[in-house]
Design a protein. Structure first.
Length: 254
């Protein structure tokens, strides 16, 4: 899949025309739009592809360099900056408390999904208070490299050997809950996970690399790698006493 398709896939381009300023002057941080604090965005970050984690080694007597990838689809974080302005400075304390820590961010120029991010700069509110007419400032978000699709519901599978289709251009890290009992073999694509001694359910949380049931750790009841969902299609099947398998796919792209 080409990088241009990765950027466009399932994202919603901003509207053009008379409503352009109204539609694109915002970002959302942890589900709250900045305009609720009287903040407006004058410049959004460019849509940027993350760089691969790669090492280039010069080999004596050999032209060029040896390229070594750190792993399959391993990318570096992105720093995305929103340039903002504010007219009313009476809520600066609230804004300072809001624009901190980690969470999710959505930019108006790339709707339909979000980044996991952290605010990494100390916003210079003292400059805003000096009475500059535009009262502008920048917010720097250190984002994990993947753009996650929003409004992705869980898939409930009640019969073995069903296909899930990945709309992104990189593999997904799902959360899979298997409802059943006894010893179960779960197959996700070419990956095989052996589950033993299940009494009700077990959740395989690939992003967290943890297996559990409710608040109880179930890591000792699992053998194999935490499963991922391939680009394009992945078959999911099982053997054993299983009533259903629920997959939260966490689809993402670059």
């Amino acid at each position: 899949v080409g990088s241009e398709m990765c950027i466009r896939d399932r994202t919603q381009p901003a509207r053009k025309g008379a409503e352009d300023g109204m539609m694109t002057d915002w970002f959302e941080w942890n589900g709250v739009r900045c305009t609720e604090y009287g903040i407006h965005v004058s410049e959004h970050p460019s849509i940027t592809l993350p760089s691969e984690r790669v090492t280039f080694t010069d080999v004596p007597g050999r032209s060029g360099s040896l390229t070594t990838l750190e792993g399959d689809a391993v990318y570096s974080d992105l720093t995305l900056t929103a340039t903002c302005f504010i007219a009313d400075v009476s809520r600066l304390d609230e804004i300072a408390a809001w624009l901190r820590g980690g969470g999710t961010v959505t930019f108006a120029n790339r709707q339909g999904g979000f980044y996991y991010a952290r605010v990494i700069n100390q916003i210079a509110f003292d400059r805003i208070l000096r009475g500059k007419p535009n009262r502008s400032f920048a917010v720097n978000f250190r984002c994990k490299p993947f753009f996650y699709f929003s409004d992705v519901g869980a898939e409930t599978l009640t019969t073995s050997t069903q296909m899930l289709y990945n709309p992104g251009c990189v593999f997904a890290e799902p959360v899979i809950t298997v409802y059943g009992s006894g010893d179960i073999t779960l197959m996700v694509g070419t990956q095989i996970v052996e589950l033993t001694g299940i009494t009700d359910s077990i959740t395989l949380d690939t992003p967290a690399m943890e297996a559990y049931s409710g608040t109880t750790s179930m890591n000792s009841h699992m053998r194999g790698e935490f499963p991922t969902l391939d680009v394009d299609a992945t078959a999911i099947s099982w053997s054993g006493s299983v009533s259903q398998v629920v997959v939260q796919p966490n689809w993402r792209t670059l």
